[in-house]
Design a protein around this ligand. Structure first.
Ligand SMILES: N[C@@H](CCC(=O)N[C@@H](CS)C(=O)NCC(=O)O)C(=O)O
Length: 288
């Protein structure tokens, strides 16, 4: 038995990103299931996990349902003390808890006015005073944490505090909201993180564009690292006979730098096309 992790649409569900990072970044085993965001009936889709009604929700191997990102972080930290979800140092741990809790209960204007949408980077968004106040507070707490810990993550090593701020980084990036100094360096660190890039690559290629998240602002270029230019192609042969992820025979193909690579299904091919460098198992094949 392993954990079940129930997630929403990767492009839009900022809380789901947190739930997934808690497993992905701390190497905890899980099987995931996605609920559809096309309709609004998340609660119905979670009926078997009553009384959960939002994503992320997890089911522990012994059957406990945990339905809030902060309680998921705490439960995983208790069950996996060696995973270092919170910093070991008590002062840094207290700081990390402050940061995660402030994020979990705060920044309402930013969260309301700037819904996460990993498919867009807007250039003409004009923030309200309330959004600017949230950004100023984020600048303040990030700077304080990074100067206290020495970085590169908020509390030194990657911790739950960084999990909670990953979607905030996505919002700052997506709506062109500026931070400066060490906070800007930290924003770039979040956007460059391979796990974050994997999540975004999956969000770019799976699921429909949802109108309720669309905003009528001018579009620009996503400010994270520019992906290597790969493209889907119809036929092989590929250099690799088996899929880098599953080891199964290849059926779907991608071209990168005049070389052809194969994958065992369309989604795995497309997520790799979206950002080849985000996938260590693919890069191992590419460099071999
Ligand atoms: N406090 C919850 C919030 C989770 C949440 O609001 N998730 C959203 C998706 S990002 C959701 O499931 N919305 C569906 C709905 O409200 O019907 C947490 O920390 O996990």
């Amino acid at each position: 038995m392993t954990y079940q992790l129930i997630l929403g649409d990767r492009a839009y569900s900022s809380w789901s990103l947190r739930g997934w990072l808690l497993f992905e970044k701390f190497n905890l085993p899980f099987k995931q299931r996605l609920v559809g965001f096309e309709s609004k009936n998340t609660e119905e889709q979670l009926a078997e996990f009553y009384p959960a009604r939002t994503v992320p929700t997890i089911v522990t191997p012994d059957g406990a349902v945990v339905w809030d990102s902060l309680s998921i972080a705490e439960e995983l930290a208790s069950r996996h003390p060696d995973a270092s979800i919170w910093p070991a140092d008590p002062t840094l741990r207290a700081l990390a808890r402050n940061l995660a809790c402030e994020m979990h209960s705060g920044y309402g204007a930013l969260r309301n006015d700037c819904p996460m949408n990993l498919r867009c980077a807007y250039t003409s968004f004009v923030p309200s005073e309330a959004v600017l106040a949230d950004v100023a507070r984020i600048q303040q707490v990030w700077t304080h944490a990074l100067e206290t810990s020495g970085g590169p993550w908020l509390c030194g090593e990657y911790s739950a505090a960084d999990v909670f701020f990953a979607p905030i980084a996505a919002r700052l990036a997506g709506y062109g909201l500026a931070v400066s100094g060490v906070a800007k360096t930290y924003l770039d660190t979040q956007l460059s993180d391979l796990a974050f890039r994997r999540w975004r690559a999956m969000g770019l290629v799976k699921g429909p564009d949802l109108q309720r998240y669309a905003r009528d602002y001018d579009l620009g270029t996503w400010p994270g690292p520019t992906p290597l230019q790969a493209k889907a192609v119809d036929t092989g042969p590929s250099e690799n006979p088996t899929c880098p992820y599953s080891g199964d025979p290849v059926t779907h193909f991608m071209e990168l730098n005049d070389r052809v690579f194969g994958f065992c299904n369309e989604f795995c091919r497309n997520k790799t096309v979206a950002d080849p460098e985000a996938w260590p198992k693919f890069i191992a094949v590419y460099l071999s």
